[in-house]
Design a protein around this ligand. Structure first.
Ligand SMILES: [Zn+2]
Length: 261
């Protein structure tokens, strides 16, 4: 017998074909983490829930459980975030964010991850030209939520506050909060697993770490800073998730176009 229906809001992270006319859908929810359910018959013409094949929408969802599987009972769109699918950079960013969220589905910060997803996909949809910045802000806030990163406050060695006007670079450890100011950097240090970052990169990361979600995705910055933020957050994420995240904005990572040699 089917159980009582469960209703929740969820952002669709992935939707894939299943059997002939069905789809398997993964959503991130406020209280249940990532939930997977089967949407039956959505491949049939005229199906009421055919929209469920589009990722990144925020929906009201009702599912029922039967023999350990969840089945879609009802759904309606709250926010379609449809613009994402009209831009390649936005699509790459959204796909990256979705797979990160699926990778940390078991984290016990379900509500925070859900809220991050809601703001990130919506911001991306209304600001597709800011894909790079949204990518970096998402990466950093995710790392902070999971306890893998925190604000860069002062030099680990001498304790001096990070000087945001400083032109000097700071030595930072990938995968840790360790930061060394230029005064403390002596010659002959090892550079493996370290990066040298300008203060303004660290100040931007602190902004992503601490400001309300409705503000972190709408900042403006020049293209050099955007590139630095993308690179650093991607490398940091790769170390912490033990996964080699490719640069989604490098033309080399785009799928090859058939017929062109
Ligand atoms: Zn120092």
């Amino acid at each position: 017998m089917a159980s009582d229906p469960m209703s929740f809001k969820g952002v669709i992270l992935r939707s894939s074909e299943f059997k002939d006319k069905d789809r398997l859908v993964k959503v991130i929810t406020p209280d249940r983490g990532v939930v997977e359910f089967c949407a039956k018959g959505t491949g049939k013409q005229g199906s009421r829930f055919s929209f469920i094949s589009m990722p990144y929408m925020l929906c009201d969802i009702v599912i029922t459980e039967s023999h350990g599987f969840y089945y879609l009972k009802d759904a309606s769109i709250i926010e379609s975030n449809a613009e994402i699918m009209k831009d390649l950079d936005a699509m790459m960013t959204a796909s990256h964010m979705a797979s990160c969220l699926i990778d940390c589905a078991t984290a016990d910060v379900s509500r925070e991850l859900y809220e991050l997803a809601v703001y990130a996909f919506y911001s991306l949809s209304v600001n597709i030209e800011k894909a790079r910045l949204i990518y970096s802000a998402f990466n950093w806030r995710l790392l902070v939520l999971l306890g893998f990163a925190s604000e860069y406050d002062r030099c680990t060695s001498c304790g001096e506050k990070i000087d945001e006007k400083s032109e000097n670079k700071y030595k930072i450890k990938l995968g840790g909060g360790y930061v060394i100011c230029s005064k403390c950097i002596s010659s002959g240090y090892k550079t493996d697993g370290y990066r040298f970052l300008p203060a303004r990169v660290m100040i931007s990361l602190n902004y992503f770490a601490s400001m309300p979600l409705n503000q972190i995705f709408s900042v403006r910055c020049d293209s050099k800073l955007q590139a630095d933020l993308c690179d650093y957050t991607r490398e940091f994420l790769s170390v912490m998730f033990e996964k080699d995240y490719k640069d989604p904005f490098s033309s080399l990572s785009y799928p090859p176009v058939l017929g062109i040699k």
